[in-house]
Design a protein around this ligand. Structure first.
Ligand code: MTE
Ligand code: MO
Length: 257
């Protein structure tokens, strides 16, 4: 006879290992505490999570719930701390889903920023036209999920200024980005309109170096590093959830700091 007290047969921890990035991103914001077990996940979700697929589903449910909570808690006017110029790391620390030697520089003269979706004037933009828009500088902390961070000095046009200028529908849900290295990304409109969210074109007062997103990258003060696409080639305003490179692999989409 089966004893009521027989411990559940747990599959090996490899099932959780499949989902480490998402578990880490949930732990970072206190949604899960260190040392998640399958037992705890079962308790949290009320689901029997014994294989990789059901663990993935349970974690994604927690993550989607977490997106809503973070969006509700987000204060559109609260500025992140800024730092003195003496704290700025030069050069910045590089990261991408491939090593720095594999960066393919973008030809700035031929480059155009394409626009799509809920935007009145979708004429492509050149670097010169973007440089003529009002500029802002932020000296903020960049935090990567991998567990490192640095202070960076970025300037460019506030994304809000740009979206207003092109007649974007500011009530839409998402702003999505395409990049030269196939790293799709997307953010919520509230964050897009935040005063420290920039379409950055310089670092520490110099034109962005190739590895750091020349000619145009996103820099926000309120989200993890991976949410800041480099080498942007297109911006779309949409109400359809766009996902992103890491988000589609299980990282939490909102990823607020
Ligand atoms: N286009 C593109 N943007 C990207 C990435 C990438 O691989 N491709 N990596 C992201 C990650 S994980 C981080 S931490 C930051 C690193 O930015 P940095 O090299 O300017 O520090 O870029 C983000 N933006
Ligand atoms: Mo990152």
């Amino acid at each position: 006879m089966r004893s009521l007290f027989r411990p559940p047969v747990l599959p090996d921890a490899g099932v959780l290992d499949d989902h480490r990035p998402l578990i880490r991103s949930l732990e970072r914001r206190g949604f899960l505490r260190g040392g998640l077990s399958l037992g705890a996940l079962t308790m949290l979700t009320g689901c029997d999570v014994s294989d990789s697929t059901s663990v993935g589903q349970a974690l994604r449910a927690i993550s989607a719930f977490n997106d809503g909570v973070q969006a509700a808690l987000f204060d559109p006017n609260k500025l992140a701390p800024e730092y003195p110029a003496s704290a700025v790391l030069k050069p910045p620390r590089f990261n991408a889903y491939y090593p720095i030697e594999e960066v393919k520089p973008v030809d700035g003269a031929a480059w155009r920023l394409e626009l799509a979706g809920l935007i009145q004037d979708r004429t492509p933009w050149t670097r010169e036209k973007i440089a003529a828009l009002p500029q802002r500088e932020t000296i903020i902390r960049h935090v990567c999920v991998e567990g490192w961070d640095y202070i960076g000095q970025w300037s460019g046009v506030p994304l809000r200024t740009f979206l207003e200028r092109v007649g974007a529908d500011l009530r839409a849900k998402y702003v999505a980005f395409k990049t030269a290295d196939d790293y799709p990304s997307s953010i919520d409109m509230a964050t897009a309109l935040h005063p420290q969210t920039l379409l950055a074109t310089t670092y520490a007062g110099e034109t962005l170096p190739d590895p750091f997103g020349y000619p145009l990258r996103l820099r926000m003060s309120t989200k993890l590093g991976f949410k800041n696409p480099k080498w942007i080639t297109a911006i779309e305003v949409t109400n359809t959830y766009p996902g992103g490179y890491w988000e589609d692999k299980g990282f939490n989409w909102f990823s607020g700091l």
